[in-house]
Design a protein around this ligand. Structure first.
Ligand SMILES: C[S@@+](CC[C@H](N)C(=O)[O-])C[C@H]1O[C@@H](n2cnc3c(N)ncnc32)[C@H](O)[C@@H]1O
Length: 333
């Protein structure tokens, strides 16, 4: 877990999943912490999601509790504006009795629960993740009906989406992903874009971190924490806030038409549990990147969590949604 978290930038609450704080920098009450998703207990242990014992070479794990916590705000943030051009594209695919959707890095399947009921017609969803535990949750809680009541079916595929090939997308009508791009490397995003454009398949890639947050009321330390967090996200080749730009270029360079739309989390008193987890991860990653911030960041986190509990904190975490309409292949319009 430790190594992977470094390689992938670990789990940041915003785009990837929560990171922990080192034990001596984790002042939040234990009962408010999602087991396996929030601050780790042991010094130096990476956060994310230690669901059960894992070796140093294991990939980071995302706690289903964390994914559940963010599902509502994710749904509220997703850009409905990109759906009409997507619907038009899907409707123009000839000779289809239904659509086949590949959801990459599906986690517990929140993208399908949001999107399937917004699209008409029979749908078959192929849910990809490297974590079999999350795939199980995704399959169990998969959507059953399309917007027009048509049947929705699912299957799961375990694997690394950074190695996707056009062959793996043969017959695909749509590729989706949510909160995934920023934990990929440039090479992995290029591979993903090549697979989608090679298969002539549109891609709806949502909730990629934009690297900007706004906290109200503001604090002098906000900017420093944000910059350290962004630097942390870029560690070990992961793109973090640069992912969306790289993805736009990767799809455009391969002839796709790309549209972007903002999809910010707007967190207020009703989202206190998510905000608190996000804060711990955000500040924790910043301290990991800049240990010299620790003392000030500890105080900052305590103050922010207290404001959050009192319903006096508002947070905007900026994200972007991307729709890439690849040139159709194989006779599709
Ligand atoms: C932040 S979670 C998002 C989950 C889900 N899409 C959502 O929006 O709730 C990222 C997911 O991507 C998966 N993931 C990350 N990198 C991956 C890779 N290279 N191959 C397959 N799955 C990956 C993780 O296991 C996790 O389920």
């Amino acid at each position: 877990m430790r190594k992977t978290a470094t390689k992938r930038g670990g789990m940041i609450p915003t785009q990837s999943g929560p990171r922990d704080l080192p034990s001596d920098a984790a002042p939040a009450s234990a009962e408010s912490v999602i087991p396996g998703a929030g601050p780790a207990i042991r010094p130096g242990e990476r956060p994310t999601v230690r669901l059960r014992d894992a070796g140093p070479d294991d990939q980071p794990r995302y706690a289903p509790e964390w994914l559940e916590l963010r599902e509502g705000p994710d749904a509220a943030a997703r850009s409905g504006e990109l759906l009409d051009p997507l619907r038009i594209r899907l409707a123009n695919m000839p000779g289809k009795a239904g659509i086949v959707v590949h959801d990459l890095g599906c986690g517990t399947g929140s993208m399908g629960r949001w999107l399937a009921p917004r699209l008409d017609g029979p749908q078959h969803w192929i849910l990809h993740d490297r974590d079999p535990y999350l795939l199980h949750f995704a399959a169990v809680a998969s959507p059953r009906s399309a917007a027009d009541g048509s049947r929705v079916t699912v299957e799961t595929r375990r694997g690394d989406v950074g190695l996707l090939t056009p062959d793996a997308l043969a017959g695909a009508s749509l590729v989706t992903a949510s909160a995934l791009l920023d934990v990929l490397s440039r090479e992995e995003i290029e591979t993903l874009a090549a697979a989608c454009t090679g298969a002539g398949c549109p891609a709806l890639l949502t909730l990629s971190v934009a690297g900007r947050v706004e906290l109200t009321p503001s604090d002098p330390l906000d900017t420093e924490i944000a910059e350290a967090f962004n630097a942390h996200q870029r560690r070990s080749g992961m793109l973090g806030p640069d992912a969306i730009t790289v993805a736009c270029e990767a799809f455009s360079d391969r002839g796709a038409t790309v549209r972007l739309h903002p999809s910010a989390w707007r967190l207020g008193p009703a989202d206190a549990a998510l905000t608190a987890q996000w804060l711990r991860g955000w500040v924790g990653a910043a301290v990991e990147q800049r240990p010299d911030l620790r003392e000030r960041a500890d105080r900052y986190l305590q103050d922010r969590l207290a404001a959050c509990r009192a319903g006096e904190l508002q947070v905007v975490v900026h994200h972007s949604d991307l729709l890439a309409l690849s040139r159709p292949t194989g006779g599709e319009s």
